[in-house]
Write a protein that binds this ligand. Structure first.
Ligand code: ADP
Length: 253
């Protein structure tokens, strides 16, 4: 596989993510129904929605798997339609399903991704070593991914998602199947990246508890945003009570 060209500089003033009037239909049904929102740098946003809300569809559009029927997506100022390669270069993704090669070592998996992004070998080695050390995987670089726990595999996927220092990090229900400590570790690691680099995270979840830890909650239901704000503001906007009570009430309709 040929290496991608180096990452161009980010447009400083641009939102990390800018979604305008986005529509994606399956037949007559709109899975994304004129969705519009921005994510500014340094924001950890939870995309909270029940099953069928449109979270996976949105991620499939954002990662270039499907084209939207209408609307616009910009990542760090780059249009997904007009400059897809530049836009995608500014995105890091942790997919819902594990996507590492089980029969390669941790470092080989990470080097493959670094090569894909055209990172110089020395820089890649440095980032792999630092990322794995910060994730508590410093002793695991030469181990096969198959030998790692589910929680540690997820950490490797997060290190991988951040290797090319993307402005926007997409996490698609990343804690499914993880134990409580691994879930918390993952959340803290991503919060740290947001604080240190000013990245923005869009964390899809149907778990209210995870949304409560976010700076901002976007409630998605039937392809539309029902509410957008801090966890407390969203709970109030959806009729009051706890965020969980408000979310269940609003999405039961
Ligand atoms: P979520 O990830 O929030 O559970 P999805 O994006 O998977 O939601 O689904 C949004 C809507 O689109 C649902 O009504 C779902 O049934 C529909 N949908 C998703 N994928 C397809 C598909 N490939 N074909 C037809 N309908 C689909």
């Amino acid at each position: 596989m040929s290496a991608l060209p180096p990452t161009p500089p980010t447009t400083a003033a641009a939102p990390r993510l800018q979604i305008t009037d986005l529509v994606k239909r399956y037949g007559a049904r709109a899975a994304l129904d004129h969705l519009t929102f921005d994510l500014q740098p340094g924001c950890f946003a939870a995309l909270l929605g029940p099953n069928g809300a449109g979270k996976s569809t949105l991620f499939q559009v954002l990662t270039g798997l499907f084209a939207a029927d209408a609307g616009e997506v910009r990542v760090d100022g780059h249009s997904l339609r007009g400059s897809a390669v530049a836009a995608l270069r500014h995105i890091g993704v942790v997919f819902q399903a594990m996507s590492l090669d089980l029969d390669l070592s941790v470092s080989r998996n990470l080097r493959f991704h670094a090569d894909l992004h055209g990172l110089p070998r020395a820089l890649a080695q440095q980032r792999i070593a630092e990322g794995c050390a910060a994730a508590g995987l410093g002793q695991d670089l030469d181990r096969l991914v198959r030998e790692l726990s589910g929680g540690n595999r997820r950490k490797v996927e997060l290190v991988r998602a951040l290797l090319h220092r993307p402005g926007l990090v997409l996490m698609d229900e990343p804690t499914v199947g993880l134990d409580p400590k691994s879930r918390r570790d993952l959340r803290e690691a991503i919060h740290q990246d947001v604080r240190q680099r000013g990245s923005s995270v869009l964390w899809a979840t149907h778990l209210v508890e995870e949304a409560e830890a976010a700076d901002r909650v976007l409630v998605l239901h039937q392809g539309r945003l029902l509410a957008d704000g801090t966890p407390a503001a969203v709970a109030a906007a959806l009729g009051g009570g706890t965020l969980e009570e408000a979310f269940i009430r609003a999405t039961a309709r």
